[in-house]
Design a protein around this ligand. Structure first.
Ligand code: A3P
Length: 361
């Protein structure tokens, strides 16, 4: 608004100067002082006026940038201070510091589960003007070396935010690492946690695909999913990490030693895939922020097979590493996996008071 009004004022004055009639007699140079530039006196005044208005408008834009209420509705400010969505896969924050902005410890963390849609959730949160996100995974609480560096070194990694903005980071490895809940509790016992659960059989396969891709890229041999997931007797291999990570109730019960269930907002992954706007509405409620993420921020991309986002600045899908093709799995192995997870899932449903109806056969 400010920008437009100022532009119009400057434009009107500038065009006035440009088209102001020249002295009728071109030989009359009495209005030009020797050694000075050849503008008539009246035009110089106008130039000074224009300069004054330009300076004033720059000052007003700067002031509005320092004032969050204006800034969030101001395109100029938004492009400067908001985390940039230019790369949907890799969020990066602009390292521009304004008065009143500080790097703050997160008041909300997406703790997992791995391969359950954590990147999509973080990316959707980033649409919200009252939320700032840390794009790369931090691994502060699950990395002993980093953790022992100090909380201050963690804080310094966070994006700049205003006092009433919520800083969010996501590290899905937190969910399954033994020492993490207590460490987060020590930082902030009232923190809000976001947790996604995906059908464990699907999550296990997705985890395998991710690990296999990593190995392939390093030219390492890759055993099949079936080989990994079954032990030598043909039973489900309980020590396979991708399986262990999917026994949700065990990990969650450890978190509940430190946090109450109402501090943890649980999302079923498929709900986020099918209805991102609906889920984000509930997340906004949980975080007690205004409803700013709209259905119009999402569009379904047939090629990708998932919803992608659309904002004033950008229209993009998640990176190719999200929404990968899964290999076909032997049906007997699939059934074994589902049967294996069924009792664990029931324990989870009881613990959280919600039945996700994941297939048991
Ligand atoms: P797959 O790659 O197995 O399909 P995470 O970000 O935690 O690693 O989760 C990755 C999963 O996010 C993907 O697993 C995919 O199913 C899910 N997902 C949810 N919304 C998505 C979206 N809009 N685009 C791509 N993947 C999405």
């Amino acid at each position: 608004m400010i920008k437009i009004v100022m532009y119009e004022q400057v434009h009107t004055m500038a065009s006035h100067i440009r088209y102001s009639p020249l002295p009728t007699d071109s030989s009359d140079t009495s209005h030009i002082k020797k050694g000075k530039f050849a503008f008539p006196k009246i035009s110089r005044l106008k130039v000074i006026g224009v300069l004054f208005i330009v300076l004033l408008s720059v000052g007003m834009v700067a002031i509005s940038c320092l004032h969050k209420g204006h800034c969030l509705n101001n395109a100029v400010c938004n492009t400067v201070i908001q985390n940039n969505l230019s790369d949907f896969g890799q969020l990066k924050s602009e390292h521009v510091k304004f008065h009143h902005m500080k790097k703050r410890l997160p008041q909300c963390i997406i703790i997992g589960a791995r391969k359950a849609g954590t990147r999509a959730l973080l990316t959707y949160l980033n649409i919200h003007p009252d939320i700032v996100v840390k794009g790369p995974e931090m691994h502060f609480f699950d990395d002993d070396d980093f953790y022992h560096q100090s909380l201050e070194s963690y804080r310094k990694q966070m994006p700049f935010s205003y006092r009433d903005q919520i800083t969010v980071e996501k590290t899905p490895a937190y969910f399954t690492e033994e020492e993490v809940p207590e460490r987060i509790y020590r930082m902030n016992k009232t923190i809000k946690l976001l947790l996604l659960f995906r059908d464990p059989a699907e999550r296990t396969l997705s985890d395998y695909v991710q690990i296999a891709e990593g190995k392939k890229s390093k030219n390492k041999p890759v055993a099949s999913f079936e080989e990994h997931v079954l032990d030598s007797k043909g039973n489900i291999n309980r020590s396979y990490k991708a399986v262990k990570r999917s026994i949700y109730h065990k990990h969650l019960s450890h978190w509940l030693e430190f946090f109450s269930l109402d501090q943890i907002f649980i999302i079923e992954s498929q709900d986020l895939v099918d209805n991102p706007a609906g889920v984000m509405y509930e997340v906004e409620e949980f975080l007690q922020v205004e409803h700013k993420i709209k259905p119009s921020n999402f569009y379904f991309n047939k090629t990708k097979g998932f919803y992608c986002i659309k904002t004033d600045d950008v229209q993009k899908c998640l990176a190719d590493s999200k929404g990968r093709q899964h290999p076909d799995v032997d049906t007997t192995v699939q059934r074994k996996l589902r049967r294996f997870f069924a009792p664990h899932n029931r324990k989870l449903y009881k613990m959280i008071g919600t039945n996700f109806h994941w297939l048991e056969e």
